[in-house]
Each structure stands twice: as structure tokens, then as C-alpha cells.
Design a protein around this ligand. Structure first.
Ligand code: UFG
Length: 334
């Protein structure tokens, strides 16, 4: 697909962003990454991309990079992502997610960048009345994280009406796994996500995994989520970009999930199976703000994009997460 310029990836040194950088480079795009390296790592950025160390709200740096690199599309991953932290420090989320994106959009509009892809979240739905959840269902976030992303979706809608820019908001479900070629993975310090925590336990970094809640209205009482492999998610961004380029007058909001759910116990069973270990489970009370089940209706993304998942298999997701975790553990050895 002809873009006549580079793709800017904000947060390209982070977990999902670094996988998107790989997918774009592998598809033949040229990439410039904007990342302030607060939670990301310079080494996570593929050497074929250019890294500019800056905050997305730094107008001068961003506009300079857009001009220097002829940026024709922005994929915006940078932001804060820990739901409980958003409850205790909401203004951090409205600053890093909502206000920073407002500034980035202003830079994009003033420099005439025609395409924008935004990392949104299933947290925009809050506690859905039914699953699988569709894009048109009510969006009633139950935490500031989800609200900070929903506010950004609203800005995008308005900006696309007023200016020559189109966008795709991708609402991610539970992202996990790592690049099957071992080039990137989740390196987050102090991770809170289930599969990351479980593979940390498998490599001896933790002695047990807490299971938050056993009394949900689900088959086994533990929380159910739609886990999507990070490389499938990255591929969805490339497909979305191509759709935006082909249809400059159209914008989209799409769920990114496989359309099926696994409970916490089923995920931990998969980790046991893949590792041949029995990871200790510590059954605890519910975590604040956790819905019982979140599953994507993915009919819209299947209809809009030629994207088809390559890694829709829980054991594959766990296996890739585990090999990345083992690599991290080896690197941490003195
Ligand atoms: N869980 C445990 N033990 C843990 C960690 C998680 O039992 O140590 C459970 C949670 O209670 C939940 C499930 O595992 O039932 C998944 O939890 P995660 O923390 O991995 O992910 P969440 O579903 O809470 O959050 C994810 C994304 C958010 C996004 C949200 C949408 O990480 O960014 O989905 O609801 F907002």
C-alpha cells in the first residue's frame, strides 16, 4: 500500500506498540517511533525504525518529527494502562491519555496528517449487559482508564468531521503473548495482567498466582476474558491502516478480540499444560471494578478488514508469553 511517507508510532517502545512497529516494518512501511521511555524500552524498538525520545504532548518535538519524516499516518499507543492506578490517580489518566491525545491530534491536524489509529479498549463498555459485546452497545466505563479512552474516541469523532483526517479506534480486549519470532514481548515492570503474572510464576519470579474472585456468574465462578495474541492485534493495525488509506472519507471503531472467553482457571490450566508445572493458585476475593465476563463480538472487524487471526489458540499465546519471559529471566541473571 502506497503511503508516500512514514508511519509514526507513539508508544512504539512499549509492549503492544513494539509489536506494531514489527508488523509495519515487516509489511514494508517506514516507521518513526515517539516514546518518552517512561515505561517503554529503547531496546524494544526494532533497529529499522527511528526512535525519537519525546512526549506525545511535546508539540515542537512531534511536529518536527512529522515534518522531518513526512509522516502520513499516526498509530497512537502511548498512554497509561493500569486500571486500579486510574482509580487512585485519575488526573494522571486524563493527562496521559485524554489531554496528551488532544495535543497529539492538534499536531496531526496542523501538519495535515491524514490517518490516525487509536488504541482504545474494551474498558469503554464498563460492565456490559450482555456478551459478546458489540461496538454499538452502550459505553459506560466503570473506571477513569476507560473514561479517558472513551473521551478520546469522542474527540476523534469530532476532529474527523472538522478536518481532513480519518481514524480507526480499535477497542482491544485482553492482549497477551509475544512475537512468535522472539523479537519482542511484554517486559513491563510490575505487571498486573494475568498471563504475564502466570508466566512470571512459571519462571520462578513469583511463588503463586492470585485468582481474584470465585463467585462470578460464570461457568467456574472465575472471571472470563477474551485473550488476543499481541501479534494478531499488531496485524489488525496494519490492516486498519490500509483500509484508512483506501477510504479517506471513512472512520471506524472496531472490537479486537477472538469472540470467545476463557476463565482465570482455564488460563492457569493452559499455563500448567504448557509448562508441565502446577502453578500454585491463591483463591482470593474479587478485585475492585472487575466485570464477570468480557468477550468481543468481532463481526465488524471481520467485515471491515481482511484481517484473520493467526494465533487464536490459548496454548500458543501462553507458549509465546512463556518463551519471552524465559528470555527476560536469562537476561536478568548476573
Ligand atoms: N486476574 C487474576 N489474578 C491476577 C491478575 C488478573 O485472577 O493476578 C484476573 C482478573 O480478575 C480478570 C482476569 O484475570 O478476571 C484478567 O485480568 P487482567 O488484569 O489480565 O486484565 P483486565 O481484564 O483487568 O484488563 C484488561 C486490560 C485493560 C482493559 C481491560 C478491559 O488490561 O487495559 O482488559 O476491561 F481496560
Amino acid at each position: 500500500m502506497e503511503l508516500n511517507g512514514k508511519v509514526m508510532v507513539t508508544g512504539g517502545a512499549g509492549y503492544i506498540g513494539s509489536h506494531a512497529v514489527l508488523a509495519l516494518l515487516d509489511a514494508g512501511y517506514e516507521v518513526v517511533v515517539i516514546d518518552n521511555l517512561v515505561t517503554g524500552f529503547a531496546w524494544a524498538v526494532d533497529s529499522r525504525a527511528t526512535l525519537v525520545e519525546a512526549n506525545v504532548a511535546d508539540d515542537d518535538a512531534v511536529r518536527g518529527a512529522i515534518r522531518d519524516h513526512d509522516v502520513r499516518a499516526i498509530l497512537h499507543f502511548a498512554g497509561s494502562v493500569v486500571v486500579p492506578e486510574s482509580v487512585s490517580d485519575p488526573l494522571k489518566y486524563y493527562r496521559n491519555n485524554t489531554a496528551a491525545t488532544r495535543a497529539l491530534l492538534e499536531s496531526a491536524v496542523s501538519e495535515g496528517v491524514p490517518h490516525f489509529i487509536f488504541s482504545s479498549t474494551a474498558a469503554t463498555y464498563g460492565t456490559p449487559a450482555k456478551v459478546p459485546v458489540q461496538e454499538g452497545d452502550p459505553t459506560v466505563p466503570i473506571n477513569p482508564y476507560g473514561m479517558s479512552k472513551l473521551m478520546t474516541e469522542a474527540m476523534l469523532r469530532d476532529v474527523a468531521v472538522a478536518h481532513p483526517i480519518n481514524y480507526c479506534a480499535l477497542r482491544y480486549f485482553n492482549v497477551a503473548g509475544a512475537d512468535p519470532q522472539g523479537r519482542s514481548g511484554q517486559s513491563t515492570i510490575g505487571a498486573t495482567h494475568l498471563i504475564k503474572i502466570a508466566v512470571e510464576a512459571a519462571t520462578g519470579k513469583r511463588d503463586a498466582v492470585s485468582v481474584f474472585g470465585t463467585d462470578f456468574d460464570t461457568a467456574d465462578g472465575t472471571g472470563v476474558r477474551d485473550y488476543i495474541h499481541v501479534s494478531d492485534l499488531a496485524a489488525a493495525h496494519v490492516a486498519a491502516l490500509e483500509r484508512l488509506i483506501e477510504n479517506p472519507d471513512e472512520s471506524l471503531t472496531l472490537n479486537c478480540g477472538y469472540g470467545r472467553g476463557f476463565s482465570v482457571n482455564e488460563v492457569l490450566d493452559a499455563v500448567d499444560r504448557v509448562t508441565n508445572l502446577t502453578i500454585q493458585r491463591r483463591y482470593e476475593g474479587r478485585r475492585a471494578g472487575d466485570p464477570a465476563a468480557l468477550i468481543a463480538d468481532n463481526a465488524a472487524i471481520f467485515a471491515a478488514l481482511p484481517w484473520r487471526p493467526q494465533y487464536d489458540d490459548l496454548d500458543t499465546i501462553v507458549r509465546d508469553a512463556l518463551s519471552w519471559e524465559r528470555g527476560l529471566a536469562e537476561r536478568a541473571q548476573p
